[in-house]
Design a protein. Structure first.
Ligand SMILES: Cc1cc2nc3c(=O)[nH]c(=O)nc-3n(C[C@H](O)[C@H](O)[C@H](O)COP(=O)(O)OP(=O)(O)OC[C@H]3O[C@@H](n4cnc5c(N)ncnc54)[C@H](O)[C@@H]3O)c2cc1C
Length: 395
């Protein structure tokens, strides 16, 4: 995708500096969503989106495409970590995120399927947590059902799970098609292959972005580069750690037997099967914690082997399936598992958002609206307050 309404020659020969009302840095789901909401709240705003590589080349184009509710663990753990009100708000926000994505882009070939989702337990202790979660979710007005070991394995065509939580509102989509659809609706001009090297205060009313192609000047800036934020602002390593996640996908496997995506072992494994029969699986990071830190996109045979073991333990019918693709992506982990936004120190009008902790597809579209609110100076929403990075310094 290149700049809207420009010929190849005009694009090639752009003269810098470029000036815009708002510049968004990062062409993943968070940046494209911020651009979308900015356009819908302020239609006359001139927007540019700067991406160092291609749209969706970061984690957004490398994930499993789960649009889940809550966090990757269990509602009981969310309540322990964040308190009941925040846990309830998070579940509602991820549900709203999924519903909005379907409502706004469902007609756009994003391969969304409202098939429901399951969280499956690897241990009896996890099963107890999921049972308690089902009860608490009911009390909070959400639809979720606990299934014992026999029923969850029957539902999933699996073996060995100790229990599970079935969530009818869970969904999956094609993340690359989704991010492209969100961006198309933003009307933003797009410069790919353009990395931002530094952010500074401009002439007092503007923010200056030094890029690999020249200077871009904007009234406000949203930096949405998730795991890569510390490479631009090194002190941010306290709030965002780069962590690798690896996946594999198989060739089409005869009949489709897994009706919905599964998270299991406290979110450390995830599996889905596409309608064409291909199985996608990821996780096993907890078995290789030290090796999975950093920005490398290489896959490792040790972890990929563990994904194979996991699949054959729980889905023995797929044991012989040939693996077609193996890949990795870089996630941005926050200290408390929740994403954050903040202001770039000493640069008025520059905001950042990061730390999706392996869960950005489920929440980032809505957080794009939080970022648009901040840029436009609107009243902060309750979600804006929950994700404010000030929570780390206030403690
Ligand atoms: C293997 C894997 C599986 C996952 N599965 C799921 C899942 O099923 N469900 C879910 O909810 N989440 C999942 N996640 C997490 C999810 O993908 C991320 O949370 C989400 O994509 C983060 O989006 P983002 O836009 O913040 O970051 P990214 O998608 O990483 O986008 C950041 C962009 O910024 C660009 N960039 C970086 N530096 C610069 C710079 N200096 N200048 C310009 N551009 C720059 C990058 O090239 C990149 O395109 C998974 C992640 C991985 C890796």
């Amino acid at each position: 995708m290149t700049s809207a309404n420009l010929s190849f020659w005009q694009h090639l020969n752009r003269e810098f500096p470029l000036e815009y009302d708002v510049a968004v840095v990062g062409g993943g789901i968070a940046g494209c969503s911020a651009a979308y909401w900015l356009k819908s709240m302020e239609p006359s705003a001139q927007l540019i989106l700067l991406e160092k590589d291609e749209i969706g080349s970061g984690a957004t184009g490398r994930n499993a495409g789960f649009l889940l509710q809550g966090s990757s663990t269990s509602y009981t753990i969310d309540i322990e970590r964040y308190g009941r009100d925040v846990a309830r708000r998070l579940w509602q926000a991820t549900l709203d995120n999924r519903n909005l994505v379907e409502e706004l882009f469902g007609g756009e070939d994003i391969a969304i399927s409202g098939c429901g989702s399951s969280t499956a337990a690897g241990t009896d202790e996890e099963a107890d947590r999921l049972m308690a979660s089902a009860q608490l979710l009911h009390e909070d007005g959400f639809d979720a059902e606990y299934l014992d070991s026999r029923d969850i394995n029957k539902l999933l065509g699996s073996v060995g799970y100790r229990g599970g939580l079935h969530v009818p509102s869970g969904a999956v989509a094609d993340p690359v098609r989704l991010v492209r659809a969100v961006l198309r609706h933003s009307g933003a001009e797009v410069l790919e292959k353009t990395a931002v090297k530094s952010v500074s205060g401009g002439n007092g009313n503007t923010v200056d972005l030094a890029t690999t192609r020249g200077l871009v000047r904007a009234g406000s800036v949203v930096i949405a580069i998730n795991a890569y934020l510390p490479l631009l602002e090194p002190e941010m390593i306290e709030l965002v750690r780069p962590v690798r996640a690896q996946m594999l996908s198989t060739v089409p496997i005869g009949e489709t037997s897994l009706p919905m995506p599964v998270y299991s072992h406290d979110g450390y494994y995830y599996v889905r099967q596409r309608e064409d029969g291909r199985v996608l699986a990821g996780g096993a990071r907890h078995l290789h914690e030290m090796e999975e830190v950093g920005y490398s996109l290489d896959t490792t045979s040790a972890l990929q082997n563990d994904l194979g073991i996991y699949l054959s333990q729980h889905f023995p019918q797929w044991s012989d399936a040939r693996v077609e693709h193996r890949w990795a992506g870089t996630m941005g982990f926050s200290p408390d598992g929740l994403p954050s936004w903040g202001r770039v120190p000493d640069v008025a009008g520059a905001f950042w958002v990061a730390g999706f902790t392996g869960h950005g597809m489920s929440i980032a579209f809505l957080i794009g609206r939080v970022m648009a609110d901040l840029v436009l100076g609107s009243d902060q929403s309750d979600l804006g307050r929950i994700f404010d990075s000030g929570r780390f310094t206030a403690k």
